[in-house]
Ligand binder design. Structure first.
Ligand code: ADP
Ligand code: ZN
Length: 210
């Protein structure tokens, strides 16, 4: 099954992708995590991506489409995948269609904007494995340390309050139109993303059946 998780930054796409990955046994593909890894490694596209990411803007479609295409061609994607953070523009969605990738379901995780702002500014991430935490609602076992790899947790540069506003504007302008795009294909389902993590996952699993 090929699934897209859609939603504003901070709606919980990454968190749900992590739990769905374990329960459905299909890999999660997070373009944000892949881009951050490329920035950390200092690859050519990482260097190009960094300025846009730090500013809360989008990385260019050709770069992101390129890395996504390579990733879904890998062996572990044979039985399906969960896309977290891709597509983020209508041209990216059109590129998926043009590649002949069949999307089964697009689940929008809807969260009120005030809640999103609180979530993003409390977020802490592990740059090594991509796991995310929250200082109030999703604490690591040891404060400031990743549960999975022992790495020190950090605040993402784009989680600074000013940048959060820019990211939300970018979302409304470029990404929200994808709701209509996939609704027109009859693939869109919306769940509320303000319940607990397991309850939201239950709603998503329910939506995937329909
Ligand atoms: P969030 O969903 O919390 O905003 P992500 O980790 O998904 O964060 O993405 C972080 C940043 O990486 C985005 O703000 C954007 O600059 C870049 N990015 C990730 N995915 C895409 C994409 N599909 N197209 C363009 N830029 C992307
Ligand atoms: Zn980690």
């Amino acid at each position: 099954m090929n699934i897209i998780l859609l939603g504003a930054p901070g709606a919980g796409k990454g968190t749900q992708a992590e739990v769905l990955n374990k329960d459905l046994g299909i890999p999660t593909i997070s373009t944000g995590n892949m881009l951050r890894a490329a920035v950390a490694e200092g690859t050519e596209y990482g260097l190009k991506a960094k300025a846009a990411m730090d500013a809360g803007a989008l990385v260019s479609d050709d770069i992101v489409i390129g890395i996504l295409k390579d990733r879904i061609a890998e062996d572990d994607c044979k039985n399906g995948f969960i896309l977290d953070g891709f597509p983020r523009t209508v041209p990216q969605a059109e590129a998926l269609d043009a590649m002949g990738v069949k999307i089964d379901k697009v689940v929008e995780i809807a969260v009120d904007e005030e809640i999103i702002k609180r979530r993003l500014t409390g977020r802490r991430v592990c740059l090594k494995c991509g796991a995310t935490y929250h200082i109030r609602t999703k604490k690591p076992e040891v404060e400031g340390i990743c549960n999975y790899c022992g790495e020190k947790l950090v605040i993402r540069k784009d989680d600074q309050p000013e940048t959060v506003i820019d990211r939300l504007n970018t979302y409304h302008e470029k990404t929200a139109p994808l709701k209509d795009y996939y609704a027109a294909q009859g693939k869109l389902a919306t769940v509320q993303g303000t319940d607990s993590i397991p309850d939201t996952e239950k709603d998503i699993l329910e939506a995937l059946k329909g």
